[in-house]
Design a protein around this ligand. Structure first.
Ligand SMILES: [Zn+2]
Length: 562
């Protein structure tokens, strides 16, 4: 009856969430030459099994399309794993213990450099140089925060950088100071560059190792595609030929060797000092650096900072500590007039804009810039997206669909945790606080929702992120805290769609990935249970046990065949 060529791989007996247009279910899938050749009930698909076909019995476990991460920093995150790594630790004592251990283990390193502290471990979110001085006084110590928007330096680092009482704050940042006016060790936003530029630069080998580590880790979580949210320019951006930046060279090297197994879009960082004359260099970089599975087709536009240090931009001022409106509305990182000329230009050249926007003013300025592009160019398929979207004014919710802007959400942050409750809500006030992370409202208004982690800012585990999108309670606070504005909860199927079709859409890969359909690439993720059976435990407890890209296994747990 059948004239099929045998499949290379068949997965059968599962709960397969195909994520096709009607979100249909299947129980088996067959793969040949990296493509899906059959999806359906077991009886139909088993006809594709030949003598050399690998058959995996799913035994009721869930199979999904490979997950995507729409906003992640893998090169940096992989490298952070080998520096003084505070991620995963909590509290001043734990941080200082890690610094002491690291300093002892690396006696010859001129700088103690690392990242991963959290603002909620410090009074007012601001760390002190004196704490670090107690641990390391003779060498400079510099540690960036988990969200990357603040730095923590010891006295020696400030001294080497020439930062003292008379040092003025830069226009795009701030040195925290004691009552005596002397910088106290906290550096916010643009102020961080005074120390960043002194740090020894990583070697290419270190970055390649970082990306390999990051890729292996992301594959182990079921992730097969991502958008790298910052790839920076080489040192001589205006020269010809263009020199690719460090992250770009890392991707080019691994992709050229066939070691890049993930499908990656790079978002090229727009420097604050650039103008329209710098756009041509981006066109050259896109052509020159896109190799194998790496494509540099997006441009990252950092619109504001973050709310916790009052650099996120708001339409109305932040409240002060007594709950009254102050005068600060945050720092606009890109002038709206430049942006409204830049966006039409980028759009006409086929670039996707990837905005970072936290405050409601940053979101509105991003949408206005896309509106300017639509006005001058008409509709396009560049799929601009706004990451983070922490505070959205209700008047702007419908504009995402109207303008074809993808809402790129980091759902792991949509919960009550100390940073939110102590450093954010009091300074927004109750009305604006309720406008945070409005995922349900965006979906109801017809927006395309894509999701991602912003790793190393927070965990890249899509299961933990989906749990928070669905419950709006942190996975580490299950049963302990109330849901965060529960009207904005979304269903598990919608969260899964945002991590599959949504991320594929934002990466312009939706014709090829994001759903399990005949003809598409066999990018597949196997979970250790029926994800949709709530009797099987919390969503975030589900584990990936097998990941395939183009039908090739890139991660397997022994349980896959068990
Ligand atoms: Zn980011």
């Amino acid at each position: 009856m059948t004239t099929h060529q045998p499949a290379d791989l068949v997965l059968t007996g599962g709960r397969i969430a195909t994520m096709d247009a009607v979100r249909s279910w299947a129980s088996a899938v067959a793969v040949r030459d990296g493509r899906i050749v059959a999806v359906g009930p077991d009886t139909a698909v088993l006809a594709h099994v030949g003598p050399r076909t690998r058959v995996i019995q799913l035994r009721g476990r869930t199979l999904t399309p490979g997950f995507g991460d729409a906003h992640v920093h893998p090169v940096e995150a992989g490298r952070a794993m080998s520096l003084c790594d505070l991620h995963g630790a909590h509290g001043l004592d734990a941080y200082l213990g890690i610094v002491a251990t690291y300093a002892h283990a690396h006696p010859a390193e001129p700088w103690i450099h690392g990242s991963g502290w959290s603002m909620d471990d410090f009074p007012g979110g601001i760390p002190s140089r004196h704490d670090l001085d107690r641990i390391v006084a003779d060498r400079p110590v510099y540690l960036t925060s988990r969200d990357g928007h603040s730095g923590w330096a010891n006295s020696r680092a400030l001294e080497i950088a020439g930062i003292g009482r008379d040092t003025a704050d830069p226009p795009d940042g701030r040195f925290d100071r004691g009552p005596d006016g002397i910088p106290s060790g906290g550096l916010q936003e643009g102020a961080m560059s005074t120390i960043d530029r002194l740090l020894p630069s990583p070697t290419e080998a270190m970055l390649e190792e970082g990306l390999r580590r990051a890729q292996a880790y992301l594959h182990s979580l079921g992730i097969t595609t991502w958008q790298d949210a910052i790839v920076t320019a080489g040192p001589a951006i205006r020269s010809a030929p263009i020199v690719p930046g460090l992250e770009e060279r890392t991707y080019m090297t691994l992709a050229g060797r066939g070691e890049l197994t993930a499908k990656v879009v790079g978002a090229m960082w727009w420097e604050r000092s650039w103008g329209l004359g710098d756009v041509d260099a981006l066109v050259q970089r896109r052509e020159q650096t896109s190799v194998g599975r790496y494509r540099a087709t997006s441009v990252k536009l950092m619109m504001d900072g973050v709310l916790e240090n009052f650099t996120g931009t708001l339409l109305d001022p932040y409240l002060d500590a007594s709950g009254r409106p102050g005068s600060n509305r945050g720092i606009s990182m890109i002038e709206p007039t430049l942006l409204e000329a830049l966006l039409p230009r980028l759009d006409a050249l086929g670039f996707q804009a990837h905005f970072h926007a936290i405050g409601d003013r940053a979101v509105r300025e991003s949408l206005d810039a896309v509106a300017a592009a639509r006005q001058s160019n008409g509709p396009s398929d560049t799929r601009p997206h706004i990451s983070h979207i922490q505070v959205i004014h209700p008047d702007d919710i419908g504009r995402f669909r109207e303008l074809g802007v993808v809402a790129n959400a980091q759902p792991y942050w949509a919960c009550h945790e100390d940073q939110m409750d102590q450093l954010t809500i009091p300074f927004l006030g109750p009305e604006r606080a309720a406008w945070q992370y409005p995922f349900r409202s965006l979906l109801d208004a017809g927006a395309v929702l894509a999701m991602g982690s912003d790793w190393s800012v927070s965990t890249p585990d899509p299961m933990a992120e989906m749990e928070v999108a669905v419950n709006r309670i942190a996975d580490y606070h299950r049963g302990e805290r109330p849901p965060f504005y529960p009207d904005e909860r979304i269903g598990l199927m919608d969260a899964l769609a945002a991590f599959t079709m949504g991320t594929s859409y934002v990466n312009h890969q939706d014709r090829d990935t994001g759903s399990i359909e005949v003809g598409k690439a066999a990018d597949l993720t196997v979970l250790d249970r029926d994800l949709f059976d709530r009797g099987a435990g919390a969503i975030g407890e589900a584990r990936c046990i097998g990941t395939f890209v183009d039908g090739v296994s890139v991660f397997e747990d022994p349980a896959l065949d068990g």
